[in-house]
Design a protein around this ligand. Structure first.
Ligand code: MG
Length: 162
Protein backbone atom coordinates (compact mmCIF):
# COMPACT_ATOMS: atom_id res chain seq x y z
CA UNK A 1 0.00 0.00 0.00
CA UNK A 2 1.10 3.56 -0.68
CA UNK A 3 -0.34 6.76 0.77
CA UNK A 4 -0.20 10.28 -0.65
CA UNK A 5 -1.32 13.74 0.44
CA UNK A 6 -2.28 16.73 -1.68
CA UNK A 7 -3.10 20.34 -0.82
CA UNK A 8 -4.17 23.22 -3.03
CA UNK A 9 -5.70 26.68 -2.75
CA UNK A 10 -6.99 29.10 -5.41
CA UNK A 11 -8.45 32.62 -5.17
CA UNK A 12 -12.12 33.26 -5.98
CA UNK A 13 -12.65 36.01 -8.57
CA UNK A 14 -15.64 37.38 -10.47
CA UNK A 15 -16.10 36.39 -14.11
CA UNK A 16 -14.88 32.78 -13.89
CA UNK A 17 -16.94 29.57 -13.66
CA UNK A 18 -16.58 27.62 -10.39
CA UNK A 19 -15.35 24.12 -11.24
CA UNK A 20 -14.93 21.57 -8.44
CA UNK A 21 -14.43 17.86 -9.03
CA UNK A 22 -15.00 18.50 -12.73
CA UNK A 23 -18.46 19.93 -12.03
CA UNK A 24 -19.58 23.48 -12.75
CA UNK A 25 -21.25 24.80 -9.61
CA UNK A 26 -23.55 27.84 -9.76
CA UNK A 27 -21.75 30.74 -8.05
CA UNK A 28 -21.22 34.44 -8.79
CA UNK A 29 -17.44 33.88 -8.53
CA UNK A 30 -15.06 31.20 -9.79
CA UNK A 31 -11.54 30.02 -9.02
CA UNK A 32 -8.67 31.77 -10.75
CA UNK A 33 -5.77 29.85 -12.28
CA UNK A 34 -3.96 28.78 -15.44
CA UNK A 35 -6.20 25.71 -15.91
CA UNK A 36 -9.87 25.59 -14.89
CA UNK A 37 -8.45 26.00 -11.33
CA UNK A 38 -10.34 22.95 -10.00
CA UNK A 39 -8.77 22.98 -6.54
CA UNK A 40 -10.35 19.65 -5.49
CA UNK A 41 -9.09 17.78 -8.54
CA UNK A 42 -5.65 19.40 -8.17
CA UNK A 43 -5.35 18.18 -4.57
CA UNK A 44 -6.42 14.68 -5.62
CA UNK A 45 -3.86 14.70 -8.46
CA UNK A 46 -1.08 15.63 -6.03
CA UNK A 47 -2.17 12.90 -3.60
CA UNK A 48 -2.28 10.27 -6.38
CA UNK A 49 1.12 11.33 -7.74
CA UNK A 50 2.59 11.57 -4.24
CA UNK A 51 1.45 8.08 -3.31
CA UNK A 52 3.08 6.65 -6.42
CA UNK A 53 6.31 8.64 -6.01
CA UNK A 54 5.64 10.52 -9.26
CA UNK A 55 6.37 14.09 -8.15
CA UNK A 56 3.59 16.69 -8.28
CA UNK A 57 1.13 18.46 -10.57
CA UNK A 58 3.42 21.45 -11.24
CA UNK A 59 6.23 19.13 -12.31
CA UNK A 60 3.99 17.17 -14.72
CA UNK A 61 1.81 20.01 -16.03
CA UNK A 62 3.79 23.29 -15.94
CA UNK A 63 1.76 26.32 -14.81
CA UNK A 64 3.21 28.41 -17.66
CA UNK A 65 2.83 25.70 -20.33
CA UNK A 66 0.39 27.01 -22.99
CA UNK A 67 -0.87 23.43 -23.56
CA UNK A 68 -2.56 23.59 -20.15
CA UNK A 69 -4.12 27.05 -20.52
CA UNK A 70 -7.78 26.63 -19.53
CA UNK A 71 -7.49 22.84 -19.54
CA UNK A 72 -10.11 20.77 -17.70
CA UNK A 73 -8.36 19.46 -14.61
CA UNK A 74 -10.21 16.13 -14.86
CA UNK A 75 -8.12 15.60 -18.01
CA UNK A 76 -4.96 16.18 -15.97
CA UNK A 77 -6.20 13.65 -13.42
CA UNK A 78 -6.83 11.21 -16.25
CA UNK A 79 -3.27 11.66 -17.50
CA UNK A 80 -1.84 11.35 -13.98
CA UNK A 81 -3.91 8.25 -13.29
CA UNK A 82 -2.80 6.59 -16.54
CA UNK A 83 0.78 6.99 -15.37
CA UNK A 84 0.07 5.65 -11.85
CA UNK A 85 -2.14 2.81 -13.05
CA UNK A 86 0.65 1.85 -15.40
CA UNK A 87 2.87 1.23 -12.36
CA UNK A 88 0.38 -1.44 -11.20
CA UNK A 89 -1.71 0.52 -8.70
CA UNK A 90 -5.42 0.92 -8.19
CA UNK A 91 -7.39 3.12 -5.77
CA UNK A 92 -7.74 1.89 -2.18
CA UNK A 93 -9.62 5.05 -1.25
CA UNK A 94 -9.66 8.82 -1.68
CA UNK A 95 -10.68 11.26 1.06
CA UNK A 96 -10.81 15.00 0.50
CA UNK A 97 -11.83 18.00 2.61
CA UNK A 98 -12.85 21.12 0.69
CA UNK A 99 -12.77 24.39 2.70
CA UNK A 100 -15.27 26.78 1.11
CA UNK A 101 -17.22 29.47 2.94
CA UNK A 102 -19.67 29.53 0.02
CA UNK A 103 -21.43 28.21 -1.97
CA UNK A 104 -22.83 25.16 -0.19
CA UNK A 105 -21.25 22.08 -1.76
CA UNK A 106 -23.54 19.50 -0.15
CA UNK A 107 -25.98 19.32 -3.11
CA UNK A 108 -23.08 18.59 -5.49
CA UNK A 109 -21.07 15.99 -3.57
CA UNK A 110 -22.54 12.94 -5.31
CA UNK A 111 -21.81 14.30 -8.79
CA UNK A 112 -18.25 15.31 -7.85
CA UNK A 113 -17.59 11.87 -6.34
CA UNK A 114 -18.93 10.21 -9.50
CA UNK A 115 -16.63 12.31 -11.72
CA UNK A 116 -13.49 11.54 -9.71
CA UNK A 117 -14.34 7.84 -9.27
CA UNK A 118 -14.94 7.41 -13.00
CA UNK A 119 -11.57 8.89 -13.96
CA UNK A 120 -9.80 6.83 -11.27
CA UNK A 121 -11.46 3.54 -12.38
CA UNK A 122 -12.85 3.28 -8.87
CA UNK A 123 -16.17 2.45 -7.25
CA UNK A 124 -17.83 5.59 -5.88
CA UNK A 125 -17.79 4.02 -2.40
CA UNK A 126 -13.99 4.45 -2.36
CA UNK A 127 -14.16 8.21 -2.95
CA UNK A 128 -15.23 10.58 -0.17
CA UNK A 129 -15.53 14.38 -0.29
CA UNK A 130 -16.23 16.43 2.83
CA UNK A 131 -17.20 20.09 2.55
CA UNK A 132 -16.43 22.41 5.44
CA UNK A 133 -16.05 26.15 6.09
CA UNK A 134 -13.34 28.26 7.74
CA UNK A 135 -15.92 29.59 10.24
CA UNK A 136 -15.34 33.15 9.07
CA UNK A 137 -11.64 33.07 9.97
CA UNK A 138 -8.94 34.54 7.73
CA UNK A 139 -9.00 34.89 3.92
CA UNK A 140 -10.79 31.54 3.42
CA UNK A 141 -13.39 32.58 5.96
CA UNK A 142 -13.86 35.86 4.09
CA UNK A 143 -14.63 33.87 0.94
CA UNK A 144 -11.49 35.03 -0.88
CA UNK A 145 -10.63 31.51 -2.02
CA UNK A 146 -11.22 27.78 -1.69
CA UNK A 147 -8.70 25.24 -0.36
CA UNK A 148 -8.61 21.46 -0.47
CA UNK A 149 -6.69 18.75 1.35
CA UNK A 150 -6.79 15.21 -0.08
CA UNK A 151 -5.42 11.82 0.92
CA UNK A 152 -5.17 8.86 -1.43
CA UNK A 153 -4.38 5.26 -0.61
CA UNK A 154 -3.10 3.18 -3.51
CA UNK A 155 -3.03 -0.62 -3.45
CA UNK A 156 -1.21 -2.99 -5.74
CA UNK A 157 -3.57 -4.12 -8.50
CA UNK A 158 -4.80 -7.62 -7.63
CA UNK A 159 -4.73 -6.84 -3.90
CA UNK A 160 -8.25 -6.56 -2.47
CA UNK A 161 -7.21 -3.47 -0.51
CA UNK A 162 -9.89 -3.81 2.15
MG1 MG B 1 -3.99 24.29 -8.34
Amino acid sequence: MRIGIGYDIHPLVPGRPLILGGLEIPCEKGLDGHSDADVLTHAVIDAVLGAAGEGDIGHLFGASDPRYQGVRSLRLLEESWRRVKGKGFRIGNVDATVVAEAPSLAPHLKAMVANLAQVLDSETARVNIKPTTAKGLGPLGAGEGIACLAVVLLVEAGDEGN
